[in-house]
Design a protein around this ligand. Structure first.
Ligand SMILES: [Cu+2]
Length: 148
């Protein structure tokens, strides 16, 4: 009888050990997502009571005769407060260049060597053009506002 209890206990322990080792008895393991199947998910926009301020520094510059604002692509989440510090560093003529993002009502003229600080709420998702409205032939850019 004592031998039978010992054998039964040993068998139960072996089954339990196998189950834990293989993960079949672990609910935590069952909840773990599998890996190696497709790209990682894109993290969600941060949640905050106050709008997050996302700051960018841009310069107007010239390279081999082409004029542009750089960086040419700005990315943010919908609802964020955007702060653009924009400096015209183009020293050749003409001395004044425009900085426009019409979808957000932004239209500034910036003299060579001067800086403008522009703030607004990026409340519209999508791809929004930015460019020099005084010289449309210059290279433009875009503000990408990711939906919340
Ligand atoms: Cu211009």
């Amino acid at each position: 009888m004592r031998f039978a209890r010992f054998t039964l206990g040993l068998a139960a322990g072996a089954v339990l050990g196998f189950g834990l080792a293989s993960g079949r008895l672990s609910p935590a393991h069952a909840a773990t997502p599998t890996t190696g199947q497709g790209p990682a998910p894109i993290p969600a926009a941060p949640v905050a009571a106050e709008p997050v301020t996302r700051a960018f520094t841009l310069i107007g510059t010239e390279y081999q005769g082409s004029k542009f604002w750089t960086p040419g692509t700005l990315i943010c989440y919908q609802g964020e407060r955007i702060k653009l510090t924009v400096t015209n560093k183009i020293m050749s003529e003409p001395k004044v260049h425009g900085f426009s993002v019409p979808d957000f009502g932004i239209r500034k003229e910036i003299e060579s060597g001067k800086t403008e600080v522009i703030e607004f709420i990026a409340d519209k998702p999508g791809i929004h053009s930015l460019f020099c409205h005084l010289h449309p032939a210059h290279i433009g850019g875009q503000l990408l506002v990711l939906p919340k």
